[in-house]
Design a protein around this ligand. Sequence first.
Ligand SMILES: Nc1ncnc2c1ncn2[C@@H]1O[C@H](COP(=O)(O)OP(=O)(O)OP(=O)(O)O)[C@@H](O)[C@H]1O
Ligand SMILES: N[C@@H](CCO)C(=O)O
Length: 316
Amino acid sequence: MSVFTPLARPELETFLAPYGLGRLLDFQGIAAGSENTNFFISLEQGEFVLTLVERGPVQEMPFFIELLDVLHNANLPVPYALRTTDGIALRELAGKPALLQPRLAGKHIKVANAQHCAQVGELLAHLHLATKDQMIKRKTDRGLDWMLEEGTQLLSHLGDDSRQLLQRALDEIIEQKAKILALPRANIHADLFRDNAMFEGTHLTGLIDFYNACSGPMLYDVAIALNDWCSDDDGLIDGPRARALLGAYAALRPFSAAEAELWPTLLRVACVRFWLSRLIAAESFAGQDVLIHDPMEFEQRLAQRQQVSTPLPFAL
Ligand SMILES: Nc1ncnc2c1ncn2[C@@H]1O[C@H](COP(=O)(O)OP(=O)(O)OP(=O)(O)O)[C@@H](O)[C@H]1O
Ligand SMILES: N[C@@H](CCO)C(=O)O
């Protein structure tokens, strides 16, 4: 399980006291998740999630706190950093940046249908609309330059077919980089997979895990979400689910001509991003009790996205 930093009750009690939310009733490490340490925390005044941030620079934490405040104030269903009675949001526990957030209702779904996908498209559009005119700048640490650098290093670890597939994708990134960076931008979640959304029945109750959020092309966020929510077991795009997600998104934020043109490229770039991060995680956590997602899943999706038959809905 992915509790990188175990905690004992006394240190938790000391940490939680300044929030003024009552006594600690119970706490439990969360096995799901592959990047940060999370605990469910029961206090007298409610249910919370404590996150110890294990990855990325500490100086980036104010960005996440500010972004979640903006989204929460725009009435979007997201967690946000609770303040201590002295007004402090970002704290430290066991040497790691630590945040206490409300626990959102709902569960992750494993099998998505068109109704789920439409709600994801709608919420993603709301997230972009809430930030595009007042974007908070943050350069992702897993952007195009990262893909080119890490991808080039990993080429020699791959078999012939995989290496050719990756090389072709890296060449495309070099060719299209300027155009991709010129696409319309906002704050993007950048990791909107099924395990970062909560549902009660078919109702979307929240988005979590904004630790990959950044400023970037909105279309890239759509491509990341679609690759997870709308892929079948063979990695092919499922037409009805994809049209539901894209249609609901475009009803709120219509796509531009430049976005329609770059859509197949962005779907491939979004595959490269997660193929590489999963390959790196599989190598660095091999043999450890850490959740590792299968890199092959994104290699297969990248192979399937060489031809894209689900165009972006775009009215001339
Ligand atoms: N605010 C919240 N409300 C309810 N559950 C939460 C909340 N935050 C986290 N969780 C639970 O903790 C799990 C792990 O959280 P999260 O996805 O943030 O971890 P992570 O290590 O960053 O994961 P990932 O592998 O997606 O990067 C989630 O799948 C969810 O079940
Ligand atoms: N959602 C990512 C893990 C966290 O970034 C993946 O499935 O590889």
